[in-house]
Design a binder for this molecule. Structure first.
Ligand code: ADP
Ligand code: ZN
Ligand code: ZN
Length: 825
């Protein structure tokens, strides 16, 4: 037999395909599919790659390099994951390296540039666990701080630095640090145990004899035996943390040390979870209402012949409770569940509720988790086949599930499921459906406002469809009142951005001891500034957008690139002191609310007020405990929050939502308005929703007014059909970027002409997007519309080839950046 002396390796690079490396004979027995290897790439660079295949012969085209090290004997990804990666790369027109980069926590992949520093939690006492070279590197890091692999190599002259780094991280001596991201460190705890084995009575007696006459030592020994349940043969010996032993026995650590020195007690460290793994009591699942019970059995029924089912349930119908039962069913079969949510930070209420039912079997995969927390969850899934339910945002689809039985996609319509930048530009909902399919698992999609594509599939028989039309415990669907802003302005009765009716309704809620939510989808104080004299509008130097005024920093901010500018006292054009701010953002609305409803407590929830890890949950907690009366916020307040005491929801301005220039703007506007109104009156009384708009007759406003999902769907579907948009076609946007606008127009024209030769009238554009320059890069977009049954793999091959040949024949092409966005959202 010819030995497999070459391996195919995926690298975290945006280049197509895998790379072949030769495998030194000594390593041949050490690698498996899915193991990490460290390989050189380019000049003096190395990466952690993943083995995806073996080959007996080398490719002819190039000289292969050797694998430097094998990091794992056992795979760190599971076989179905690699298949899933390949599918993602093909479908979303990116490289498998892009997928790998997004999928694996950075603590598991060390590169030349990866920085390392000492772990402040590491105990100098434990230096003994390090090799001589590791100790040297440890000391180097202690004096120099953060160093990259290259630096360490330079300083020490050692080879195989990446392996050394990996080992030091595993031993807890060092941490991988990334800018802005928290650190990787295994959390450790000192434990103690008796030095003799259970059942070895002779040794135990000897130990007692040894402490005779030393009452403190005797006490310590007794306590340790007790805490570890040493003599309770029906139970496993429990691990005892050193702190617990000292606390319970009331004996000092000097005494403990004496006993360790005598060889009666042993000390060791164990890795502990950051997530509190202690066994917890689980509450019984919620008793379902009749309607919910019916929905659940309909879901199970539909799963008999459909892999995917849509649960279309109005807001507050208790979809979560139905999911919980479906999840429980799968866990009992010993399978795992992936529960996707659009933004995990907004789901503290949900996770708390699920935690009650599922206790330790619930794992939360949080986008704000540090890298080491991610690694820990990764490893937990990798090393166990236990039935678990993982709640997470889109990146949770990459976790190494062993045996997925069910995927739940909550609020499946939400656009945050789509990753916009960087590649892979994937939709986690659609990817999760594929993942489930690969595992032979079912997918349950849930929403009060299903995406047009989803509802289309559910009504044409591709997906099963289950509906839940009543709110839990008969709470009424909120009443919508539309306020014609144009009229109110004419009557001159507006108070800032508030109409009299809005003030009245919020005021009434306050006197009745209720709470209110004010929704406005624009952050900052005012969307732009303006010179009253010459109409000059301050814009970003690097982007084609006007600047938003932020009151807290008293500055003008670009929402595209984040640049701050000081607020001009005088107009830079006409020099007069007539610069003013125009329009409303959440900060300004918050100010107005404070002024109109004087002694009421107001909270604001938007990107600016929630930058810290815990700020979302703090705001949500305060508001649900009624420590505040009015919550002002952006779309964050529309997403699945459950506050029982909110009776009024105000939408300050629906126009910005309905007039966005994009084929999805109706869909987005309807979803947002319907979702935000779903926050009102979730318990006994009927809630009230006020929608301020200049276009009270706009069809979307009408549909929202009547909570008419069907009407909206038919209307929207007809438009999509008429103009050839999804679900009748599949869209691919090609985004082009260049520093020079004229050059970009040139190249975009050449490129689109070639595309037309290949794809004919499926090609539209190039067009200028609404914001046509961001961070000094000019932007153009070409749209491709494909038939639904077109092969993405073929399209990808054609596009790759085209790009290759254009780059070869026209060097200027290489200066244009280009990305593909499949199924844009
Ligand atoms: P949805 O996700 O459909 O908007 P939720 O699942 O948030 O609705 O349910 C709305 C509220 O009703 C929540 O506070 C939830 O706890 C409560 N609820 C729904 N169903 C039940 C049930 N079967 N038992 C107890 N409480 C329920
Ligand atoms: Zn001016
Ligand atoms: Zn900018």
């Amino acid at each position: 037999m010819i030995p497999n002396s070459f391996v195919e390796v995926v690298l975290p690079l945006p280049l197509g395909g895998t790379f072949t490396y030769s495998l030194p004979e000594a390593m041949a027995q050490q690698v498996s599919m899915g193991s990490r290897v460290i390989v050189p790439f380019g000049k003096r660079k190395f990466y952690t790659g993943i083995v995806t295949g073996f080959a007996p012969v080398a490719p002819r085209e190039y000289q292969v390099k050797e694998v430097l090290h094998v990091l794992d004997r056992l795979p760190i990804v599971r076989h179905p994951q690699l298949k899933f990666w390949e599918w993602l790369a093909d479908y979303y027109l990116c490289s498998i390296g892009d997928v790998y980069k997004a999928a694996i926590p950075s603590g598991l992949k060390i590169e030349s540039e990866t920085q390392m520093e000492v772990n402040p939690d590491f105990d100098a006492e434990d230096l003994g666990s390090l090799t001589e070279r590791e100790v040297m590197v440890y000391q180097l890091l202690s004096t120099k701080g953060k160093l990259s692999a290259k630096d360490i190599e330079k300083e020490t002259g050692f080879k195989s630095i990446p392996v050394l780094m990996q080992k030091m991280v595993e031993k807890g001596a060092a941490i991988i640090s990334e800018t802005l991201v928290e650190k990787f460190r295994a959390k450790k705890e000192k434990c103690v145990r008796v030095a003799f084995k259970r059942g070895d009575d002779e040794a135990m007696q000897a130990a007692f004899a040894a402490v005779k006459g030393a009452p403190k030592q005797e006490k310590l020994l007794m306590t340790l035996l007790q805490l570890s349940q040493f003599n309770n043969r029906n139970k496993l010996v429990t691990e005892v943390p050193q702190t617990l032993l000292l606390e319970r026995s009331g004996v000092t650590s000097t005494i403990l040390k004496a006993m360790v020195d005598k060889g009666l007690i042993e000390r060791y460290t164990r890795e502990i979870s950051r997530f509190g793994m202690a066994e917890v009591e689980c509450a019984a699942l919620p008793q379902l209402s009749e309607a919910q019970q019916q929905a659940l059995s309909d879901v199970h029924q539909a799963f008999r012949d459909k892999g995917i089912v849509l649960l279309h349930g109005v807001t507050s119908s208790g979809k979560t409770e139905v999911y919980a039962h479906a999840i429980d069913h799968v866990l009992r079969q010993g399978n795992q569940v992936l529960y996707l949510v659009p933004e995990i930070a907004l789901t503290t209420q949900l996770t708390a509720r699920l935690k009650e039912f599922f206790g330790n079997r619930l794992v939360v995969y949080h986008s704000k988790f540090s890298d080491n927390e991610r690694v820990e969850i990764w490893n937990r899934l990798l090393h166990s086949n236990e039935p678990l339910v993982v709640v997470g945002a889109r990146s949770a689809v990459f976790l190494p599930f062993a045996k997925l039985g069910l995927v739940v996609v909550d609020e499946e319509h939400d656009q945050s499921y789509k990753q916009f930048d960087p590649a892979p530009r994937y939709n986690a909902r659609d990817s999760a459906i594929m993942l489930a399919h690969m595992h032979g698992a079912k997918t349950l999609l849930g929403s009060a406002t299903p995406a047009i594509e989803t509802y289309y599939k559910a009504t044409t028989g591709k997906y099963g469809l289950v509906t839940l039309t009543e709110r839990f415990q008969g709470a009424q669907i909120p009443r919508i009142e539309v306020i014609d802003l144009g009229k109110e302005w004419k009557k001159r009765v507006m108070r800032g951005s508030f109409s009299p009716r809005m003030i009245e309704a919020v005021g009434n809620a306050m006197t009745e001891g209720k709470q209110a939510i004010i929704f406005h989808n624009r952050r900052g104080f005012a969307p732009h500034a303006l010179c009253r004299q010459c109409q000059y509008i301050p814009k970003c130097k690097y982007c084609d957008v006007s600047l938003t005024y932020h009151k807290a920093s008293q500055s003008l901010v670009c929402h595209y690139c984040g640049t701050h500018y000081s607020y001009p006292e005088t107009c830079p054009v006409c020099q007069s002191a007539t610069i003013d701010v125009v329009g409303y953002g959440t900060e300004r609305i918050e100010d107005e609310v404070e002024e109109i409803f004087q002694n009421r407590k107001v909270l604001r929830m938007d990107l600016d007020s929630t930058r810290n890890k815990s700020s979302y949950s703090d705001i949500i907690e305060q508001f649900s405990e009624h420590k505040s009366d009015i919550l002002v916020g952006t779309q964050m307040v529309t997403k699945g929050l459950d506050f029982g005491n909110v009776s009024v929801v105000g939408v300050m301005n629906a126009d910005a939502l309905i007039n966005y220039p994009d084929f999805r703007s109706n869909e987005r506007a309807f979803n947002m308005l319907e979702q935000v109104s779903g926050r009102a009156g979730r318990r006994e009384e009927t809630g009230l929703v006020l929608v301020q708009t200049r276009e009270p007759e706009h069809p979307i406003i009408k549909f929202v007014e009547n909570h008419d999902y069907q009407g909206y769907y038919q209307h929207e579907l007809a438009e999509r059909q008429a103009y050839g948009y999804p679900p009748f076609t599949r869209l691919v946007y090609i985004n082009l970027k260049h520093r020079n606008e004229r050059e970009l127009d040139n190249l975009a024209l050449i490129y689109s002409t070639r595309l037309r030769e290949l794809f004919g009238n499926r090609v539209y554009g190039p067009t200028k997007p609404p914001v046509a320059r961001v961070q000094s890069m000019y932007l153009r977009q070409i749209m491709l519309k494909f038939e639904l049954n077109a092969s993405m793999k073929k399209i990808k091959d054609i596009l790759r080839e085209l790009q290759g040949s254009l780059n070869a024949s026209n060097p200027a092409m290489r200066s244009m950046m280009l990305n593909y966005d499949v199924d844009p959202y």
